[in-house]
Structure formats: structure tokens, C-alpha cells
Design a protein around this ligand. Structure first.
Ligand code: GDP
Ligand code: MG
Length: 192
């Protein structure tokens, strides 16, 4: 029988330098690339099997504020940029996105708190609470540099009702798992 491959839109979000591009490259191309231009925002198409179903993923690897040569203010780590062009683009991909990888680094304390305002913005733009999301504590290979305890990631995950994974783009740990978990949530939602 013929069956259509479903196309699902994934958005990878998080502070600059947490490893969004490295995680995306590991998932899509199976390769570790030490450094990416932090200002580049790009999208990737890839086909995956999820529970026997063929899915086409359109993954947007966002570049956030670095793209425009801005840095969030250290005094207000949760503040989102207000530049109108950034806001308009973000609104658009938050509307289009069906699933969100919320990435922070276990070695950066502010990167977790920055996710809070991103999540609130997604919920506000989509005007619903039930949005497929996965919280990713990346750079888990850097245990000696850890500043966010695993329990803290779990606490946030409980509060937001989204699964939490610790991952490493460097060692390719839990890379497939986070994307597949997100796919499952998106498919479930799409089936409703
Ligand atoms: P982005 O700004 O969120 O896209 O971050 P990048 O993917 O460009 O990564 C930023 C920096 O962190 C680069 O120097 C990467 O080599 C490094 N990096 C990314 N992921 C990992 C990881 O899992 N472990 C380690 N040790 N370094 C990582
Ligand atoms: Mg990047």
C-alpha cells in the first residue's frame, strides 16, 4: 500500500555556543565538526524511521541573536532580543515549528535559564501549552566542567512536562534519542 511520508518541522533553540549546530550535524550527517560559524542559521532535510513510520524532518538550526552581532545582556540572562527583525523571524519559525529541541550546556549556568523565556515565547506564539519539546543538557562529556547538576535539568523537565536528556554532540551520546523522542511526540500530536 502507498503511504505518504509525513513532513515534520523541528526547531533547535538555545543560547549561543551550547552545541545546536554540532548536535544537528551529528544527527543529520553523522559527523563531528569542531566549529561552526555561530552566525549561520540553516535548515536540513533528513528522512528517519520512527516506530516503523517514515518521516521527513525539516530541521532549523537557529542562530539566535549572534546572527545579528548582538549578545544578550549579562545582567538579564532571560531577556530576549527586541530587535524587530529578530522578533519577526523568531515568531515565524515558532509558528511553523511543530517540535522544539531546547538545548543548554551543562557547563553554562545561564544557558539553562535562557531556555525559560524561549519556552514561554513558543507557548505564547502558538497559543497552546501542549507543544512537543525535549530539553537537552548538551556537553555531557565535559563532566569536569559541569555547573548544572543533572537533578536541576530534571526539575525543569518536571516543571515543564517535557523529557530531559543529557547528551553529547562530541561523543554522539543521546543524539538520535533526543530527535526520535521529539518525532514521537510530534507524530502523536499530528495523529490527534
Ligand atoms: P551553537 O552556537 O549552539 O550552534 O554551538 P556550536 O554547535 O557551534 O558549538 C559551540 C562550541 O561548543 C564549539 O566549539 C563546539 O566544538 C563545542 N561543542 C558543541 N557540542 C559539544 C559537546 O557535546 N561536547 C563538547 N565538549 N563540546 C561541544
Ligand atoms: Mg550554531
Amino acid at each position: 500500500s502507498l503511504s505518504f511520508s509525513r513532513e515534520l518541522h523541528v526547531v533547535v533553540l538555545g543560547a549561543g555556543g551550547v552545541g545546536k549546530s554540532c548536535l544537528t550535524a551529528q544527527f543529520v550527517h553523522n559527523e563531528w565538526i569542531e566549529s561552526y560559524d555561530p552566525t549561520i542559521e540553516d535548515s536540513y532535510r533528513t528522512q528517519v524511521q520512527v516506530d516503523g513510520r517514515q518521516v521527513i524532518l525539516e530541521i532549523l538550526d537557529t542562530a539566535g541573536t549572534e546572527q545579528f552581532g548582538m549578545k544578550s545582556l549579562p545582567s538579564s540572562p532571560t531577556a530576549l532580543p527586541t530587535n524587530s527583525r529578530v522578533v519577526a523571524m523568531r515568531d515565524l519559525y515558532m509558528k511553523t515549528g511543530q517540535g522544539f529541541l531546547l538545548v543548554f550546556s551543562i557547563t553554562s549556568p545561564s544557558s539553562l535559564s535562557e531556555l525559560e523565556s524561549l519556552r514561554e515565547e513558543i507557548i505564547r506564539i502558538k497559543d497552546e501549552e501542549n507543544v512537543p519539546m525535549v530539553i537537552v543538557g548538551n556537553k555531557a562529556d565535559l563532566e569536569e566542567g559541569r555547573v548544572i547538576p543533572r537533578a536541576k535539568g530534571f526539575a525543569v523537565s518536571q516543571k515543564w512536562g517535557a523529557p530531559y536528556y543529557e547528551a553529547s554532540a562530541r561523543t554522539r551520546t543521546n543524539v538520535d534519542e533526543v530527535f526520535i523522542d521529539l518525532c514521537r511526540q510530534m507524530l502523536r500530536k499530528d495523529d490527534e
